[in-house]
Design a protein around this ligand. Structure first.
Ligand code: EPU
Length: 337
């Protein structure tokens, strides 16, 4: 285990921003993680997973701990179910594909989400009607201060929409090292209500879809809307979908009858931020090396050598415009560093 200095983080963030880490350490075992924390935990630390949910607006003046713990194993198995333990540094989508190859169902709707296993619980990743919490059993995490290893049950994690205790009360206190998920071996519960999935399955004539068919449909939808970070730097949805009161929504509907929405409760409605941003005229707008994706306005993109500050300023301009036009505050989903 070595600590290097002045390391470019460009290969380690899906936005492809060329910011530098003051110091950098590649972590491949829990023991090494505990060792480095023991000597360095007083210094500023920056925990890096798949780098798929952050925008670097400056150099990172800290010791970057790059969590590359690998491995997956079945820890419990019955006739119908398995509990799989996956280490934090495993790539999420490769893990989904491995599950599908083994016939394990539950996360097929979460195909092609960028990032690693270890960061999935932090924001309770979700797509097409499924969230991580639906299959989550527990995770293990190292306490940064005293290096103890703690198990968090699903209940402990306080999952919400793109939320968990790791973003709230315990922010900056733990490093997730592995996640246990419960998956089905047969009689899978298929989630196909999402309009685009239905459509995609119809197009491919899947009358009795399998978990593999659903994964293929999700991959096709994502590839048609979301840029692949290998080609165009991005962090998926840059903003969260805002939740507004039903009264506020009804007022908006008078001016914009076509506004889409999802009912949350009798008093609250979720509005797609992508629609608001498109309506505000930002969709497909390009400013030099950065801009708003032309197929999904919720995604900000780096076409080459954009710097994080410029992208952040664009994000702020979008927030101000949405506030002015719709009286809605949209929060970033991506962590701004
Ligand atoms: N829309 C527009 N213009 C746009 C984008 C969207 O009008 O440019 C409208 C669509 O027509 C649709 C609605 O907004 O009526 C919803 O769009 P979409 O189905 O693309 O989903 P989303 O709400 O924009 C969320 C997640 C995505 C996830 C999809 C599918 C958030 C912040 N984003 O996007 O998650 O893949 O649903 O479940 O909740 C991510 O978190 O990185 C991510 C990509």
């Amino acid at each position: 285990m070595t600590i290097s200095h002045n390391v470019s983080l460009k290969p380690f963030n899906t936005f492809g921003i060329d910011a530098k880490a003051n110091s950098y350490c590649n972590i491949t075992s829990i023991e090494d993680l505990q060792k480095v924390l023991k000597t360095e935990s007083q210094k500023p630390l920056f925990i890096l997973g798949g780098g798929s949910n952050m925008l670097l607006t400056q150099n990172v003046n800290a010791l970057v701990l790059h969590i590359n713990l690998k491995g997956k194993e079945i820890v419990e198995e019955t006739e119908d179910k398995v509990i799989v333990k996956a280490m934090a540094g495993e790539n999420w989508h490769e893990f989904v594909l491995w599950c599908l190859k083994n016939g394990y169902g539950g996360i097929e709707n979460l195909s092609l989400i960028p990032g690693n296993i270890g960061t999935a619980p932090i924001q309770n990743i979700g797509a097409y009607g499924v969230e991580l919490k639906d299959v989550f059993v527990s995770c293990e995490a190292v306490n940064i201060k005293d290096q103890s290893l703690r198990t968090f049950s699903k209940n402990d994690c306080n999952f919400g929409y793109r939320e968990s205790i790791f973003k709230q009360d315990l922010k900056g206190e733990y490093i997730i090292t592995s996640v246990n998920l419960q998956l089905t071996k047969h009689n899978h519960t298929l989630h196909m209500d999402y309009g685009a999935i239905k459509q995609e399955l119809e197009n491919s004539n899947s009358t009795k879809p399998t978990i593999q068919d659903i994964s293929k449909a999700v991959i096709a939808i994502r590839e048609s809307k979301l840029p692949n970070p290998k080609d165009i730097g991005n962090s998926g949805s840059f903003f969260k979908n805002p939740i507004v009161s039903t009264e506020h929504f009804n007022r908006l509907k008078e001016n914009f009858p076509e506004i889409p929405s999802y009912k949350i409760s009798d008093s609250e409605v979720k509005v797609p931020a992508g629609w608001l941003i498109e309506k505000a005229g930002f969709k497909g707008k390009r400013f030099g090396d950065y801009g708003v994706h032309n197929k999904q306005a919720l995604v900000l993109v780096n076409y080459g050598n954009a710097n994080g500050k410029d992208i952040f300023e664009l994000a702020q301009l979008i927030q101000k415009t949405i506030k002015r036009l719709f009286e809605i505050d949209i929060e970033t989903e991506v962590n701004i560093i």
